[in-house]
Write a protein that binds this ligand. Structure first.
Ligand code: PLP
Length: 414
């Protein structure tokens, strides 16, 4: 499969040529693995948005400040000369704070910070380190499609064989028969992402029970990316961590980060939570990949973990307002959509606005002529044709930014 919607890479304009021949030099030789996927289409769209001064609803980073407590703690750590390597698997204070926050948030889920946590450079490293540590070349890894663009390349870099299982709109539910058929004794891991990027789906108890049944039957690990844990619109208890599902406690690797919950995507602090033997393996891989996340920012992560419960309620409510504003604007402009249950993206059907279904051309036109950037749907599917009537917009933005997008999109409806 081509990760990152590679099939369209060359069609997104104004990108740099890769693997080119230097002036008079030999052709650059790159590995077979690296040739299998391409540069991120989402970051491509961000560059295009900058060139055209567009409102960037493509890449999922907030344009509002992070909590003051985090900034103060980061500044204090720098002033205190927290400058050297932290312990490779994470500063003890941060690991203890992560375990305490998990226990507060999900009573009954107990994590040993000494043996069950590895702090990483964002959840991106947490996922690839987990796959490299726990999956062997030739193992099958089940991915739900549409997928977050990193998981395909993660599987390929681990030598694994991706098995795709389709989430079906409008509610992006799992087809039970399809998931059962995809799982076998060859399956090493199922990658869950809940709340889900790009669809906004939040996996429910019945779906997680099905995954638990299959995982136990075939001795499968669950790698779950819960970076949007606190961003959902279902109220208390709406998000169920797979690690708390009966039968999955001993076979789940939970991936998380400061990035989205605390609006610090550039800080690059994430972590894994997993049973001790799996954590030991992840720690070894992590050590050789990156050694560790920035020490002063790990110190500031403690302040994040100690924020009161009210922070998370406000976070969800603020995101609800952003979601409602953007979804209303998109519907008025002619997109068809189902408001997401979680995360901060909305998948829009473009059939009315782009009957031909050329998602890349349509997305480029939106940037150039209307000044709003989204991500072509084909980026989220192995077969680009499956995403040709889809565009994804993100709303981790100030209401003023979303209103600017609303104004620009009015032109589309005319
Ligand atoms: N996982 C998912 C599902 C995401 O949507 C993103 C960012 O968009 C990431 C991981 C990246 O996380 P991090 O910045 O912590 O590496």
């Amino acid at each position: 499969m081509s990760g990152g919607g590679g099939a369209h890479h060359g069609q997104v304009e104004e990108t740099t040529e890769r693997n080119s021949t230097g002036p008079g030099g030999p052709a650059a030789r790159i590995s077979a693995k690296a040739q299998t996927f391409t540069e991120s289409v989402i970051r491509d769209m961000t560059r295009l948005a900058l060139q055209h001064d567009a409102v960037n609803l493509a890449q999922g980073f907030p344009d509002f400040p992070c909590p003051a407590e985090l900034k103060e703690a980061a500044k204090a750590a720098i002033d205190a000369d927290v400058n050297q390597y932290a312990i490779t698997w994470g500063a003890p204070g941060l690991r203890a704070a992560i375990a305490a926050k998990i226990a507060r948030t999900y009573p009954g889920w107990s994590v040993d910070p000494e043996t069950e946590i590895c702090v990483t450079c964002g959840s991106t490293e947490a996922m690839i380190a987990s796959m490299l540590a726990l999956v062997d070349p030739g193992d099958e890894v089940v991915l739900f499609e549409p997928f977050y663009e990193n998981y395909g390349p993660d599987a390929i870099l681990s030598g694994a064989v991706p098995r795709l299982v389709r989430l079906r709109g409008p509610d992006w539910s799992i087809d039970e028969a399809e998931l059962r058929a995809a799982c076998s004794d060859r399956t090493r891991a199922i990658v869950v992402n809940t709340p889900h990027n790009p669809t906004g789906k939040v996996f429910d108890a019945a779906e997680l029970a099905l995954i638990a049944e299959l995982a136990q039957r075939h001795d499968i690990l669950v790698l779950t990316d819960e970076i949007y844990e606190h961003i959902h619109y279902l109220g208390p208890g709406g998000h169920i961590p797979p690690a708390t599902v009966p039968g999955l406690e001993d076979r789940t690797i939970t991936v998380n980060a400061l990035s989205k919950t605390y609006a610090v995507t550039g800080w690059r602090v994430g972590w894994t939570v997993a049973p001790a033997p799996y954590t030991a393996a992840i720690r070894k891989v992590h050590d050789f990949l990156t050694v560790g996340a920035a020490a002063p920012l790990q110190a500031a992560g403690i302040a994040a973990m100690e924020l009161p419960t009210s922070y998370y309620a406000e976070l969800a409510e603020n995101y609800r307002q952003r979601r409602d504003l953007l979804c209303g604007a998109l519907e008025s402009a002619g997109f068809l959509l189902r408001p997401p249950d979680g995360a901060y993206y909305v998948m829009c059907d473009t059939t009315k606005l782009d009957p031909d279904g050329d998602d890349v051309a349509f997305t480029r036109r939106l940037v150039r002529e209307f000044g709003v950037a989204g991500v072509p749907g084909s980026s989220f599917y192995a077969d680009p044709a499956d995403g040709r009537h889809i565009i994804r917009f993100g709303f981790p933005k100030k209401l003023a930014t979303l209103r600017a997008a609303q104004d620009r999109l009015r032109g589309l409806a005319r």
